[in-house]
Ligand binder design. Structure first.
Ligand code: GLU
Length: 476
């Protein structure tokens, strides 16, 4: 049988990292076996519907390079791929399930519902009066316009047993299952019904989802059984955690793909990092492109213990991806950050070459270049540095020497500037740092900067460099 997996997000307005990881594992299962990856939008919970949310799903998957073979926008042989457009299909199967004995029509009113919830909360099984109605009696009520839901029958006793690729053999007592609603009074299905119908009709071979669905899986299996269908291969994955106790949630600020991209993480790095959050390649390799993952991924290496989202590790990985970009690509990605905080006419191409090896996220660009736009206030005590063997007096004479040399400088490149200042140091029996360090402070107002004194001078250009040295001299 051909491998077919589906990503079935609800359009909630952002892409949780855990959901993206589920999508990735689904994608990898399909692609590593030459199968199809299907996108299905689960929008039956109208209360949770957020305008524009489907576009976020599309754009996220495209950004990380996970293209789907079938989906709402491109169609396919098993559509429609949006659940709200499949209303008729669910209704037809819900009625069939009633005929097959897997469900019943239920006319309980709000007060009965309350009673049901109270009884179930206290561990009792609610005896649904509607279960005893014959189908004909129920149909009469429906024909008379009485609102109804279709509710699952859990008639089996004993233990439900099923296999999960990650968790192995799972046993759940039928007594623990509630007779939940499958089709609501508005005619829309609940997740518990729609997932079974859709996965069967779309010929899904592997269902990957969060382990919170394990406890409901016996209910789904009962539906498959009632229809005489074969359930899919189940692959339940543990949650992504913030720490040992808490799941990563939207409140944490790093929980969504969109949050991370806004903080300067590259989509490829995020994808690589989350691949390893719950799966291991069995080797020391940590950097994987999506194409490489397709080659090495196997379900057997999925972990059942929850993994903690480690932002430091992601940052490190992001740094690796930033460094591996071509200079042109990095420059392109850096430009919006420059635009945001620089109005000065500076050498941006060169600035990119200074920053690329030094930042781990794109957002760090901003904090690294603030001094370029506005020289911060600084105290001349910054010149006192034992390691560099500088103090205010040395700084003053060094800056005067540097200025003289730089005024005469015609070629304004890092190499030539470095050569010039090194020669100035040698001529006056100074260490290189005794010239370069004061120049760095004068140009940036900071002790540490991305790049050395001459690199900053190239970024700032000759005019600003000389102006800042002049200013520094007036402060000494
Ligand atoms: N719509 C469900 C969710 O977003 C999908 C669960 C599943 O993959 O079956 O949690």
């Amino acid at each position: 049988m051909k491998s077919r997996t589906r990503f079935a997000p609800s359009p909630t307005g952002y892409m949780h990292i855990g959901n993206l990881r589920t999508a990735l594992y689904e994608y990898l299962i399909a692609k590593s076996q030459g199968g199809d990856f299907v996108l299905r939008i689960e929008d039956t919970d109208q209360k949770r519907y957020v305008e524009g949310a489907t576009d976020i799903i599309y754009s996220t998957l495209k950004k990380v390079g996970m293209f789907w073979d079938e989906g709402p926008d491109i169609g396919g042989n098993f559509g429609p791929y949006v659940q709200s457009e499949r209303k008729k299909i669910y209704a037809q199967y819900a009625h069939q399930l009633v005929e097959l004995g897997g469900a019943h029509y239920c006319f309980c009113k709000a007060q009965d519902e309350e009673e049901r919830e109270n009884q179930e909360a206290s561990g009792l099984k609610f005896e649904d009066p509607c279960k005893h109605l014959s189908i004909d009696e129920a149909k009469k009520k429906i024909a008379a316009g009485e609102p109804f839901v279709v509710r699952q029958n859990i008639n089996k006793k004993g233990v439900s047993v099923f296999e999960d690729v990650v968790y192995g053999k799972i046993e759940i007592d039928y007594d623990e299952l509630d007779e939940g609603v499958l089709l609501k009074s508005d005619g829309l299905p609940t997740y518990n019904f729609a997932n079974v119908i859709d996965d069967h009709l779309m010929q899904i071979s592997h269902v990957v989802r969060g382990n919170e669905y394990i406890s409901s899986t016996p209910k789904y299996n009962l539906i498959y059984e009632a229809f005489g269908w074969t359930p899919p291969i189940y692959v339940h994955v543990p949650p992504v955690m913030k720490d040992a106790q808490h799941k990563l949630s939207k409140r944490n600020g790093d929980a969504s793909f969109q949050d991370l991209v806004a903080k300067g993480y590259l989509p490829e790095a995020i994808l690589n990092y989350i691949a390893l959050l719950g799966w291991n390649p069995g080797t020391e390799q940590e950097i994987f492109s999506l194409a490489e993952l397709e080659k090495v991924f196997t379900c057997e290496r999925l972990n059942k213990s929850p993994s903690i989202f480690d932002i430091t590790k992601l940052k490190w990985m992001n740094g690796c991806y930033i460094r591996s970009l071509s200079p042109e690509s990095f420059h392109e990605l850096a430009l919006p950050y420059y635009k945001k905080c620089l109005t000065r006419d500076v050498n941006l191409e060169f600035l990119s070459t200074v920053l690329q090896p030094r930042v781990e996220t794109l957002a760090e660009i901003e904090e690294n270049i603030d001094f370029i736009e506005n020289l911060p206030f600084y105290s001349s005590t910054l010149y006192e540095n034992k390691k560099m063997k500088t103090d205010e007096q040395i700084a003053k004479s060094s800056l005067m020497l540097a200025k003289e040399a730089l005024v005469a400088q015609t070629v304004w490149t890092n190499e030539s500037l470095f050569e010039t200042l090194k020669n100035v140091a040698a001529e006056h029996n100074l260490k290189n740092g005794q010239i370069l360090y004061p120049v760095r402070i004068a140009l940036s107002g900071k002790q540490t900067t991305p790049g050395g004194a001459t690199e900053i001078a190239v970024v700032l250009g000759k005019k600003t460099t000389l102006e800042r040295i002049d200013l520094a001299l007036t402060l000494l």
